[in-house]
Design a protein around this ligand. Structure first.
Ligand SMILES: Cc1ncc(COP(=O)(O)O)c(C=O)c1O
Length: 431
C-alpha cells in the first residue's frame, strides 16, 4: 500500500480518539479495537445515505462500494484475485463459513468419522466452539496442540505442532483440517504460521484455515506466501474500522468454489464474496469504510506498516519497563510480540486461577481506571515439586495503538506497585 510522507500530528491523533473515555488508561486494543472519529463520520454518511434513499443505495452504491473495499483488502494482503476476498461480520462468522463448508465433506462421505482436525490449545474460544459444533459433531476427531507458556522460541511451537500431526496420523489417521492462529489471543504470541502451514501441506492436510483475527494492521499478511486455503482477519481490531468487519480470504481452487455463507440470501450461488455482501437487509456501513480507513492510515508516516512497527516497538519498550519495575519477566521473547506483549505480574499478587485473573482485571478497572486483560498460567508440576517460591502465574496482555501514551502504562505500573506495597493478594477479592 502506498503511503504519504506527511505525518499526522499528536494533536490530530488526540482529536481522532477524543471520544474515548478520558478517565481510562486503555491498554487493551486487542479485545475490541478502536475507531477514529473521521471513520465514524464516514460510517454515519453511509448510514444516512441508506436511510435517505434506500433503493438508490441498494441498486447504485452498495455493491460498488463493497467491491472497492474488497479490492483494497486484496491489495493489502496480496490475494491473487478479488473474488478470493469476502467481507463478513467478524472472525467468528468467518470460522462458521469455513467449518460449515468442511462439514459437507462428511455428509458426502469424502471425509470419514474419526478423521482428525488439529488446532492450537490456545485457539480462540469461538473458533474452538465452531470446530466442535461442526467438525466434531459431524464425526471428526479434534486434536489440540498444547504449547508451553512462557515460550522461548518458535522451535517449541514447531516441535509441539509436529508431534500433534504425528499423533493425528497414527494408525493411518487422516488429517482433514488444521486451524492455525496467526497471533493467539490469550496468551498472545505471534505464531510461525507459514512454517506450520508448510508442515501441514507436507503431511497432506486437506484444508488449512488461518485465524488471523488480530493480524491486519498488526503483522504483515501475505496470503499467497502463507499458503493456507482460508485466512481471516478482523478489520475492527487493528485496522480501525467500526465494529464489525472482517475479511475472509478463500483461495481460488476446487476446494473453494463451493463455499457458502451460512446466512443464505437471494445471492446464494453467486460466489462467497457476493453472498457475503448481501445477507439480507441490515447495516453494512462498517464494511464500506475501508477506503476512508486507508486514507486515515496513510496520514501516518509509513502508512499501516509504519503504524504497526511503531506499535510493536512501543509495546516492547513498555513491557520491558513494566517487568523491570516489577522484577518479573516477559512471557515470550520480543520477536514473538506483535502490538501486544505478555508481561509477567508479581507472584505475590497470588493469582491462583482464572477467577482471580478476572477479579484483578475488574479491580484494576474500577479502582485504578486501567483496562488490561490478565492471563492465568497454572504453575508447572516441576515448579511446585521443586519448591519454587511463587512462580509467576499472572501475565498482563498489554496492547499499544496510536492513541496510547506512556502515562497509560505508568498508571498500570504504579497501580501494581501500590497493590504490592499494600500486601494485596487476590484472595482479598474472592472473599
Ligand atoms: C484469535 C481470535 N480469533 C477469533 C476472535 C473472534 O473475533 P470476533 O469476536 O470479532 O468474531 C478473536 C477475538 O478476540 C480472537 O482473538
Amino acid at each position: 500500500m502506498s503511503s504519504t510522507t506527511k505525518s499526522i500530528t499528536e494533536a490530530e491523533i488526540e482529536a481522532e480518539f477524543s471520544h474515548h473515555d478520558p478517565t481510562i488508561a486503555r491498554i487493551n486494543n486487542g479485545s475490541f479495537g478502536s475507531c477514529p472519529k473521521s471513520i465514524i463520520s464516514a460510517q454515519q454518511q453511509y448510514q444516512l445515505q441508506f436511510l435517505q434513499q434506500p433503493d438508490h443505495f441498494y441498486f447504485n452504491t452498495l455493491k460498488s462500494s463493497m467491491l472497492n473495499s474488497r479490492k483494497l483488502i486484496q491489495s493489502i494482503v496480496n490475494a491473487e484475485n478479488v473474488d478470493e476476498i469476502s467481507i463478513v461480520d467478524n472472525a467468528t462468522t468467518a470460522a462458521a463459513v469455513v467449518l460449515q463448508h468442511i462439514t459437507w465433506s462428511f455428509f458426502s462421505s469424502q471425509f470419514q468419522p474419526g478423521d482428525a482436525a488439529v488446532m492450537l490449545h490456545y485457539a480462540y474460544g469461538s473458533v474452538k466452539s465452531s470446530v466442535h459444533a461442526y467438525f466434531a459433531r459431524a464425526g471428526g476427531r479434534v486434536i489440540e496442540v498444547h504449547l508451553p507458556f512462557p515460550l522461548c522460541s518458535n522451535e517449541e511451537i514447531v516441535s509441539e505442532f509436529d508431534q500433534a500431526l504425528k499423533r493425528a496420523k497414527m494408525n493411518g489417521g487422516k488429517i482433514r483440517l488444521a486451524v492455525i492462529d496467526h497471533i493467539t489471543s490469550m496468551p498472545s504470541v505471534v505464531i510461525p504460521v507459514k512454517e506450520l502451514v508448510q508442515m501441514c501441506r507436507n503431511d497432506g492436510v486437506d484444508v488449512i484455515f488461518v485465524d488471523g483475527a488480530h493480524a491486519i494492521g498488526n503483522v504483515e499478511i501475505d496470503v499467497r506466501d502463507i499458503g493456507a486455503d482460508f485466512y481471516t482477519s478482523n478489520l475492527h481490531k487493528w485496522f480501525f474500522t467500526p465494529p464489525s468487519a472482517a475479511f475472509l480470504y478463500c483461495k481460488r481452487s476446487d476446494k473453494g468454489s463451493n463455499v457458502h455463507h451460512p446466512v443464505v440470501s437471494v445471492e446464494y450461488g453467486n460466489g462467497l464474496a457476493i453472498e457475503s455482501a448481501w445477507i439480507g437487509t441490515r447495516d453494512y456501513s462498517a464494511q464500506l469504510v475501508i477506503p476512508e480507513v486507508v486514507e486515515f492510515v496513510n496520514r501516518f508516516e509509513g502508512g499501516i506498516e509504519g503504524i504497526r512497527k511503531r506499535n510493536c516497538d512501543m509495546v516492547v519498550e513498555m513491557a520491558e519497563m513494566l517487568v523491570k519495575a516489577w522484577g518479573t519477566e516477559l512471557g515470550t521473547p520480543i520477536e514473538m510480540c506483535s502490538s501486544m506483549a505478555m508481561v509477567g505480574m508479581p507472584a505475590c499478587l497470588g493469582i491462583s486461577g482464572n477467577k482471580d485473573a478476572l477479579n484483578l482485571r475488574t479491580h484494576l478497572r474500577v479502582t485504578f481506571k486501567v483496562e488490561v486483560p490478565i492471563y492465568y498460567r497454572a504453575p508447572l508440576e516441576g515448579e511446585v515439586m521443586l519448591g519454587f517460591v511463587n512462580p509467576i502465574t499472572g501475565y498482563a496482555r498489554i496492547s499499544h495503538q496510536v492513541y496510547n501514551t506512556i502515562e497509560d502504562y505508568y498508571r498500570f505500573r504504579d497501580a501494581i506497585i501500590k497493590l504490592v506495597n499494600d500486601d494485596f493478594t487476590c484472595a482479598i477479592l474472592s472473599n
